[in-house]
Design a binder for this molecule. Sequence first.
Ligand code: XUL
Length: 531
Amino acid sequence: MNATPLFLGLDSSTQSLKALAIDAEFNVAAEFVVNFDADLPQFKTQGGVHKSADGLTVTSPPQLWVAALDLLLERMKAARFPFADVVAVSGSGQQHGSIYFRKGARATLTTLKAGVSLHDQTKDLFSVAASPIWMDSSTTAQCRALEAALGGAQAVADLTGSRAFERFTGNQIAKIHQTEPSNYENTERIALVSSFVASLLIGDYAPIDVSDGSGMNLMDIRAKAWSQKALDATAPGLAARLGAPVASHSVAGTIHAYYVARYGFKPNCTIMTFSGDNPCSLAGLRLQQSGEVAISLGTSDTLFGALTTPKPSASEGHIFASPVDPSGYMAMIVYKNGSLTREDVRNRVAKGSWKEFSEALARTQPGNGGQVGFFIKEPEITPPILKTGIHRFASDDSRVAQFAPDAEVRAVVEGQFLSMRLHSTHVGITPSTILATGGASVEHGILRIMSDVFGVPVFTADKPNSAALGAAYRALHGWTCQTKGAFVPFAEAMRDAPPFLRTIEPDQRAHAVYAEMLKRYEVLEKRVATT
Ligand code: XUL
């Protein structure tokens, strides 16, 4: 073993490529970043993407991601990063994006030449010039066709973990097969962003892992294998183009000689299978046991967590295979109305100040005197409510035009956590602990309500790079399994990682108030959804 083994996590996200290395004591040893727009302006991306005039088609050039890897490694070399100490690499990729290798591409990958940049050697490898990414929403027709072929939205959810979504890769592949048939025909292999970057590192086609593979509407999430029915409904000859999905902790290969000669990696440096960014964030926050949940309060709010018995739903959330537990699952629920909606309330009734906002929470009581609000500033994903507007209900369930300013503040926070509790139950999540992350997680008053609504302790994590960190953890985990020659539980591999701070214990009286309120919330939500 090396004297100071390092585990490297790469994070190929929508806007940047990051590298984060940890040592065996879980210290972050180095971090590097390449920003796509600023550092690679020749690709003319905005926020890392190209958008069609109508905004529906959103793509990135695959060469951008290759050029970013060149630049990242050059920056690490210039900073004298000790490549020789890296024993294992894993990575995270924005979910759902797809890359199409043309026939014959594999031969180029296996024979990469150390004297030429990756970008120059891989320019002609792609059969589809523009890679569709997760922000694309141009495949509604393909989604409806998949649901029709498989017996409806709930049937697709039961099989693949999610109803048909425009950004999910199978529907993107179906569109490419229909609109660019000769390019599809000329495709030897289809990769996700995660498996694509891993392929560049091993100089061969790297497998898709079961966790990121769950974001395609193609995998039977229980069998953890492609569903032949879903493949048949998507495009011909797809199984051969995808390769079989593999367990997330498995080895993709060893690093290609290119990186040994050019950067000084050791030839036996192991590349662990890469995964999606949400799965890697789950690993970065070390959520493994069923009931361990994270709530990220950001531009969009996200709740995700580990679970053993998934309940796929056609109307809310996604179920993915777990990236850390071969027999487990993760669920994820996304809200469009997150920070911007809370800020709107803060600006309207709390003088634009978080301090005033917190004071308003402190002056009001759990349950808000029976007042319930729905703040749909943006079309909502969970539950799907397209019509924007604010809906306020008094304690007798009658609609009211306004709440008192303090009650308005409490209503926007309580409503969000009641909704999270309701919908997380629907997909099979029963939180035992919550890890709060994201911008608004520094507001104590907000976390108090989170803890009381769910009735569980809240921990806080300041982890802006949780996907890159999770990738580094997964490198360590995969390497531990490989070294032991057997699967080692993720929690055991993470035993010496620094603990999270336990911030808030639930107040059981407040929790009882919310348990009652939840029943009314559910009924009122149905009224709002059908308005
Ligand atoms: C998840 C999703 C995004 C992407 C981009 O379903 O679409 O979170 O993974 O980060």
